[in-house]
Write a protein that binds this ligand. Structure first.
Ligand code: TYD
Length: 141
């Protein structure tokens, strides 16, 4: 198994600049490499709160801070990286098996998530010990 973190992709979506305001667009299969089955967004995050803190078994997410900024921490249990999400046209693809958490939200941040699976609680790994066992089982395969 290669490094799971190497499967993280950072996208820079097109930005149509206009004196009336900028516009970015995302089409499934073109700008994200999957069919979009689900969209959710996180907003009104109180100061000091974090979100995420889990991995998925099958679901892939592309996360975009469409407004404001937030630190996205990613780990595969061994390696870690932090991506500052501070551009409305920047997307981060979080593949299955990567543990993500969001920290240091600035006031008014809105995070949009595009997913290739419907919501299924059974797809989540929310416990770190369980996550480490899961990663080990993937490596032993
Ligand atoms: P969760 O994914 O844990 O939030 P975070 O973004 O912090 O990781 O989701 C919080 C709750 O919202 C979860 O208990 C169930 C609900 N939820 C849905 O019903 N559908 C969804 O698509 C998502 C993402 C969450």
């Amino acid at each position: 198994m290669g490094r799971l973190l190497d499967k993280v992709i950072i996208f820079k979506f097109s930005k149509v600049c206009d004196p009336r305001g900028n516009l970015s667009f995302i089409e499934e299969g073109c700008h994200v490499p999957f069919s979009i089955k689900r969209v959710f967004y996180i907003y009104d995050v109180p100061g000091g709160e974090n979100r995420g803190g889990h991995a998925h078994r099958d679901n892939t997410t592309v996360l975009i801070a469409v407004s404001g900024s937030v630190d996205l921490r990613l780990t595969d249990g061994e390696h870690e990286s932090v991506v500052r999400m501070n551009r409305a046209n920047k997307g981060v693809l979080i593949p299955p098996g990567v543990w993500d958490s969001m920290h240091d939200f600035t006031t008014g941040t809105v995070c949009l998530a595009l997913c290739d699976h419907h919501y299924e609680e059974e797809d989540y790994i929310r416990d770190l010990d369980e996550y480490h066992d899961y990663i080990k089982s993937l490596k032993d395969k």
